[in-house]
Design a protein around this ligand. Structure first.
Ligand code: SAM
Length: 250
């Protein structure tokens, strides 16, 4: 088992476990005193630890030695318009598993449900990071309006705009760019520039938002194929294409 410990790790001090972590180790993973656990905190890499004591009153770990800190995959952000709660949670969980460094809900004109349960989503990133054996937690941001995000867009970062529009985009781009390039082609051309993926809400982006996005220097409209995908499918597909195209761990 592997635990995210939100505290500095050191070989000297024993670490008391939070209740939910003690429950997970003892009752879910059926571990006990003397068993080895791996712990990480997103700063110190990964350590192996031994369960020093475990009882109904709680558990504590003695940290042994540090193993290799994992190389981070390149810095990718996932920006998405919040959708129905269960689907938003799915997007956050899969973005954590697929290596997003930042997960940023953005409120667009057609976003239905702009309220997100931040603490719940944060807990999901922690569980997903433990399960997927990441050595860091993604940074989860609070919701922000797309317009404000674009006003402060960092110059060096590519914005991969997953645009499902068809004829409208063709007309606007004079057919020059069509639906936008297939995402893998767009990424191949981007080299190892930091990137962000942008996914719209159930109702898609408004024409005004599309115009605004097209006006940005470093926006690359991409298509994820000829069919209209649900937002959560599009997020998972785009992250997977990014990971298989750009992940420097290959
Ligand atoms: N406007 C769409 C419609 O006409 O039904 C629905 C939007 S879709 C459910 C949600 C988001 O997923 C889109 O805004 C886009 O970001 C992404 N998406 C879905 N299918 C896509 C595709 N084939 N290519 C690129 N992005 C896609």
């Amino acid at each position: 088992p592997r635990l995210f410990i939100d505290a500095p790790l050191s070989a000297s001090a024993a670490i008391p476990l939070a209740r939910e972590d003690a429950h997970y180790l003892i009752n879910v993973m059926r571990r006990g005193e003397g068993d080895v656990v791996r712990v990480f905190n997103g700063r110190d890499g990964e350590w192996s630890a031994v369960i020093a004591h475990a009882s109904r009153k709680g558990a504590g770990l003695t940290v042994a030695d540090q193993t290799r800190p994992q190389q981070g995959v390149p810095d990718l952000w996932l920006m998405f318009a919040p959708v129905r709660r269960s689907k938003t949670e799915l997007i956050v969980e899969k973005a954590t598993e697929l290596g997003a460094a930042v997960i940023a809900p953005v409120v667009t004109e057609r976003t239905q449900s702009d309220r997100i349960k931040f603490e719940r989503l944060q807990a999901i990133t922690k569980e997903a990071a433990e399960q997927t054996e990441r050595l860091d937690l993604p940074e989860l941001r609070t919701s922000e309006k797309l317009a404000a995000v674009l006003d402060n867009w960092p110059d060096d970062r590519l914005l991969i705009f997953c645009d499902e529009s068809g004829d409208e985009a063709d007309a606007a781009w004079g057919g020059a760019r069509g639906r936008g390039q297939p995402m893998a082609a767009a990424l191949a051309g981007a080299g190892d520039r930091p990137a962000a993926i942008l996914i719209g809400p159930e109702g898609g982006f408004s024409p005004a938002e599309r115009d605004r996005l097209r006006s940005l220097q470093h926006v690359v409209p991409v298509t994820l194929g000829p069919r209209i995908l649900r937002a959560e499918t599009a997020a998972i597909a785009a992250l997977t294409i990014w990971q298989s195209t750009c992940g420097d761990w290959r």
